[in-house]
Write a protein that binds this ligand. Structure first.
Ligand code: IVH
Length: 675
């Protein structure tokens, strides 16, 4: 290898170690030390080097987590040791009985237990040979699982290489794959923006993402892994006395383990742990469905052994089911911002998972038919995590003779306009558009919401009164409100009216991304709005772009593009936009989504060099964008260069940049920076 390549190889190795360290800090320690954008930059830099010097790619490179081709089917893996299940307990007496059985079995008075949360995800087994991640499998029937190695490799919290010089020849790590609550919410937001099905809860989302034949889909879903134990192993330096030591060893190998792991003694301390975790539960970043108690001494575990398919030395103490039975009193129709008519179940109040539930979503008419839900039925209601309660099923044996079948109305219950159901759609929609008071109300609430125009204090009740008393019909009317009109509304003192007017005034200064999002265009969520703002830089250019140009933007498909084009083709919408601008709503055009308030030249003092052909922008366009934000574009690379933007077939400028250790960006990286 010549000297130059050796230098690049070393640099690539350095980048790999740094990226994996950031993965560990982010996932295992929950303590990232760099922003996501910087992490992406490191990864892109490594990708570029490996693209140019494919001979330098290594199997454990973080770039190799993604990019494997889709499979036709999963192969089977026979577990080296069976993956068993845990006995369950729901009541304190069951826990006390468990502790008594353990003590008797061991002929001791008091036993030490390792305690940990019970993850609500999917069990997997990961096999490491000489410290290298080789295969990973689902639990399957406990004896044979599916080979999901390629999908597991995309999970950044799973080390591809164990960070020790003396790894055991064989180590099978067991744990759970799950989706963090925050990642689940973001995924559903993206799904809804794309007009695709949302997932019911993080567990379903994780399961759906893990069992994909195309690892590319899994990679896009952000899954997380937590280790809870070891299956098979050979030799090595693993401490072998206590489960808590095994967990500490796994943490040292950079596997994420639950922060809430602990060691306690006796049944009373087990129960105290259960109660403490139950309180913390909603604040934890992922869903759990109980806690797990394990006899801490591995020698004692062995002495206790197994009964049928569960160990005698461990117990899952589950939280009470978040389900309850109640009666369906009626079905109301709610009209959403886009006119969607959603049937909502009115329930006889019932206490489920810590709160009283009176409403549950029924999604749509198909769902009601599929579940055969009738008014008057006894139904099972479930609360999962923070999502809206839903009706799981009907208890047919309890069906009274006088139940009523629900029929989806043919007209909007609020404005009386015809409701239509398009082919390919599961929902009926009110055709009243912004003439429908319900849609107007939702449109204004969305416009004013925190992530849109952020008008503090403009809540549900207030907007309802404004619509009913016709003091506001569209979002533009908010900017024409006077103190007296507001102060006359119910429960509205002059002082709070003044506060709201000030909040409205303040919202006039906004960003293009927020404004686009606030318009409430169907299928345009926050992320899409940001993409649109970054891409077009000006509202007029967005309005003029037809469906075809819109589809050229990454992540914007035909459905979203059509929604946007339809929105701006509607004269009424353009009129409202004009009024909003006339009332003084403004943003910095060309600023894209720059969050750098007050600093419109964030690239001041930065020097860029462009090389190669960029996929979507001409070099001229790139130059213009950089200069607009205060950056300078130069023709040659030197130590003073801050960034080299490289497209396809870059020239010697690229190599020079690598040698000088200058940050190299591709077009996406540049766009991210411009944002
Ligand atoms: S230990 C011998 N610890 O619960 C069984 N399991 O019924 C050893 N689970 O599907 C399992 N969190 O994936 C263990 N902290 C934890 C766990 C845990 C969740 C799951 C596991 C399995 C099921 C066992």
């Amino acid at each position: 290898m010549n000297e130059k390549i050796e230098k690049i190889r070393q640099y690539a190795q350095h980048l790999r170690a740094e990226i994996e360290l950031h993965n560990y800090r982010y996932y295992a320690l929950d303590n990232p030390t760099i922003p996501d954008a910087d992490y992406d930059k490191l990864l892109r830099e490594l990708q570029h080097i490996e693209q140019d010097y494919p001979q330098l790619i290594t199997a454990d490179s973080p770039t190799q987590r993604v990019g494997a081709a889709p499979l036709k089917a999963f192969s089977q893996i026979v577990h080296r040791m069976p993956m068993l299940s845990l006995s369950n307990a729901f009541e304190a007496v069951d826990v006390e009985a468990f502790d008594r059985r353990v003590c008797e079995g061991l002929s001791v008075d008091n036993v030490e237990y390792a305690v940990e949360p019970k993850f609500d995800g999917l069990a997997v087994s990961l096999c490491y040979e000489d410290g290298i991640f080789k295969t990973g499998a689902t639990r399957g029937d406990g004896y044979t699982g599916e080979n999901i190695t390629l999908n597991l490799r995309t999970i950044r919290s799973i080390p591809l290489l164990l960070p020790v010089w003396n790894p055991p020849p064989l180590l099978e790590v067991r744990g759970e794959v799950l989706m963090l609550k925050a990642d689940f919410l973001a995924l559903n937001q993206r799904q809804s923006a794309k007009g695709e099905k949302e997932f019911a809860n993080p567990r379903n989302a994780a399961a759906g993402s893990l069992r994909q034949l195309d690892p590319g889909i899994t990679a896009a879903r952000r899954l997380t892994f937590f280790a809870y134990g070891v299956g098979d192993y050979q030799d090595g330096d693993m401490p072998l006395e206590k489960h808590s030591q095994v967990m500490a060893y796994l943490a040292a190998l950079h596997f994420p383990i639950a922060k809430e792991c602990g060691v306690v003694k006796g049944a009373q301390e087990l129960l105290a742990y259960y109660q403490a975790i139950e309180v913390q539960r909603t604040r934890m970043p992922y869903d759990i469905d109980g806690v797990v108690y394990k006899v801490n001494s591995l020698a004692q575990q062995e002495r206790l052994g197994f009964v049928s398919r569960a160990p005698r030395f461990a117990l899952a103490h589950k939280f009470p089911a978040q389900e309850a039975i109640t009666q369906l009193l009626g079905i109301d129709i709610q009209v959403g911002r886009t006119g969607a008519l959603t049937p909502v179940a009115r329930l006889k109040p019932v206490f489920v998972g810590g709160v009283t539930v009176t409403n549950a979503t029924l999604h749509n008419a198909d769902e009601i038919e599929r579940k055969d839900v009738r008014i008057g039925d006894s139904v099972i209601v479930r609360r999962a995590g923070d999502v809206i309660p839903e009706i799981v099923s009907v208890i047919l044996e309890k069906r009274p003779p006088d139940v009523r079948v629900f029929v989806m109305p043919e007209h909007c219950p609020v404005c009386g306009a015809k409701a239509v159901r398009l082919v390919d759609e599961t929902v009926s929609r009110c055709t009243g558009g912004l003439f429908c008071p319900a849609q107007r109300k939702q449109a204004i609430l969305h416009f004013a919401s925190r992530r849109a125009m952020d008008i503090e204090g403009l809540g549900d009740k207030l907007v309802e009164q404004m619509i009913d008393q016709r003091i506001a019909r569209t979002p533009a009317d908010l900017y024409k409100l006077g103190l007296s009109a507001l102060a006359n509304l119910e429960r509205m003192a002059e002082k709070s009216a003044g506060n709201i007017l000030r909040a409205i005034e303040k919202s006039k200064q906004t960003t293009l991304a927020r404004f686009i999002y606030a318009l409430g265009i169907r299928n345009v969520g926050e992320a899409t709005a940001k993409d649109l703002a970054a891409h077009f830089g000006s509202l007029d250019r967005l309005i003029e772009a037809g469906s075809e140009r819109l589809q050229q933007i990454p992540d914007i498909g035909p459905v979203v593009a059509q929604s946007i084009a339809d929105f701006f083709a509607e004269a009424h919408n353009c009129e409202v936009i004009e009024q909003l601008r006339a009332c003084g709503v403004h943003w910095n055009e060309h600023e894209g989504i720059s969050a750098l308030a007050g600093n419109t030249k964030p690239l001041q003092g930065k020097t860029f060099v462009l090389t190669g052909t960029l996929p979507a922008m001409s070099r001229e366009e790139a130059k213009e964008k950089i200069e607009l934000l205060g950056g300078k574009v130069s023709g040659s690379v030197s130590r003073k260069t801050d960034y080299v933007v490289a497209g396809a077939d870059p020239g010697s400028k690229y190599d020079k940049a690598v040698n000088l250790g200058i940050t190299i960006l591709d077009e996406t990286g540049l766009l991210a920076l411009l944002q």
